[in-house]
Write a protein that binds this ligand. Sequence first.
Ligand code: NOJ
Length: 767
Amino acid sequence: MKNSFSFIACLCIAVLVVSAGCRHENTACEDAQMRVYIDRLMAQMTLEEKLGQLNLPVTGNIVTGAARESNVAEDIRRGRVGGLFNLKGVKPIREVQRIAVEESRLGIPLLFGMDVIHGYETVFPIPLALACSWDMDAIEQSARIAAREATADGICWTFSPMVDVSHDGRWGRISEGSGEDPYLGSRVAEAMVHGYQGTSLADSATMMACVKHFALYGLVEAGREYNNVYPDDFHAFNEYMRPYKAAIDAGAGSVMAAFNTIHGIPATGNRWLLNDLLREQWGFRGFVVSDYTALEELQENGVCASLEQSAIQCLDAGLDMDMVSNGLVSLADAVRGGRCSMQQVDAACRRMLEAKYQLGLFDDPYRYCDTTLRNSVILSDTHRAVARRIAGESMVLLKNDNRLLPLSKRGTIALIGPLADTRPNMSGTWAVAAVPEHYKTVREGLQDALQGTGARLLYAKGANLMYDAQAEAIATMFGREMRDPRSAEAMRAEAMNIARQADVIIAAMGEASEMSGECSSRVNIEMPDAQRDLLVELAKLGKPIVLVHFAGRPTVLNWETDHLPAILESWFCGSESADAIADVLFGDVNPSGKLVVQLPRHVGQYPFSYRQYRTSRPNTGGGFGKFSTCYADVCSHPLYPFGYGLSYTQFEYTNFFLTDSIMPLDGKVEAHVTVTNTGERTGAEIVQLYIGDRVAKGVRPYKELRGFERLTLQPGESREVVFTLDADLMGYYEPYNLTWTLEPGEIEVMVGANSRDTQMLLLNVKQ
Ligand code: NOJ
């Protein structure tokens, strides 16, 4: 569709690019070609049409198929819509795109976005679980498959990755991120962006990423959703900003502003954040979209008195696209009246058109609308097999006394619990495109695994999620109701009867999927009451019990740890969870996941992270010590530390050395360690490198992750892992001027299987 005019212009400009190498010439040529194309298009656009490009309205009744009749359709015809989101299905999307292309004056195609957070119809583990695999190739592959499926269904833009670091298990959205560590979070952010966007957005099997929620959303005070955040810059940059920056450096095409305020100004209308930091300092060239109705919420925040004022402030701050508020699209009078700058409208419009150009929508507006792809691509056997493997890698084995696991496929197994046979819960929170009817329940997964073995699987629900029906209704929103009308006593009696007949009990319990995710903050993060009471009764039978624990957040598992021999943290591992749980329980897969959030002993420990900064009155043991930093009533250490997870085999760490004990500031030193599989099964180990900077201008954590490697070792096999240490790897953002620095002094270099169990050597950094 793009005409020869732009091609000729490009040739002329390319001729001017004399000094750069071939690759740069291509990029410069592409940029120049895009610029010419968009200049020409914008020259034809009215002010209203330009503002229309900034508009991402709620999709509304267009979803029902009445596209031609809906208001949204009329707005599309009038050029007042830039894109739509969470509309599912290639056919309706194609039809809506047709309206934009054929029935609007300039025929500018729409962007179709969606919350493709952890897969499309093939659903991968929730991001918190996925990160527990520490497998960057797998994470990238999950995003690539998500892109492959979503683009086959008309979507070209995903509201992912969510890279908000959080130290607070009360916050329900901790499920959507990669946990508590900025280094690991940055690696995951890069892998996700590469997975979604591939090497080129021009490939119609890739989609544009949107890094969110920029910035610092994971810091909401007291873990309460939509609350304010109060970071100081030193901690903001050292703890929270790095994954956003990593995603942007990896080439993410768009950014979503967070709901929260920063320095007292809502992120959506925060010029320091969106312009000074993101664009000027970090060099971001894509577009920024608001979160849902965030623009109009500047009035709730009390910083603006009208929608027009909010829109002017947000546009001035650097916001390009307005999700749902209809604020930017209504700015025409403000521009004409001189209250809003035309230049800013032009800049935002240009960025929106550039995104469409990069996605190839001007070449072919229907390039994501091939209606023949769906059947062969979406939920394919290959995709499901990958998802099953990754689900198995993401679960974390927390406890396994006397090697109760893996279970053998014989005898009588009792499967008990409200999460054992509930299909809609399997995919986990925020899986917009999920089709639960195609997924197995745990019961079905185990049944299939035991097929033909002679082992007997008995099942009882045993309890509702919780006693309080109203609380359960909140916990099972969005059509995931699962309440059993029977009395608690009747359900428990049935379960006890089943359990008495069994050799081993598998308890599928914990949170329902909507107990985490957006607006699911909780202060009680223990096993819900009805389930705990059932577990107490089951434990009295004295039979071996394996807890398959569902959760979308870190939870408190004190009682379970004290009374049950085996605990598998199965999180919510997506569409293939059931088979993957069976794979792990029966030993077809050896668990290898490690925690990316430590598990507390008490909710009162939040905010809580292994990245504990040095304090003036340290406490080493975690117990009470008068005038040291501690609690009088609970050990301040976690129940399960960051980086922790068991395997069915064992690993030994030996021969840890540094190639030098002294490193010049601009030099490099290597840390070597040999890891051996000393057990009898093949297994994967995640070898972790931590540093502790003993002396620095700004207080540093005792331990901070700065490297990791995932290894698969055969029984008896050893491998040497080498980490290269230098100022880039070991630095930090120093106080006030926030430049990345490494100062001379002693650094503890630690390696180990988790953040608690490490070996340490000292490295002296010299001027
Ligand atoms: C609100 C959420 O905060 C955001 O993450 C999501 O992408 C949008 N809604 C759109 O669904």
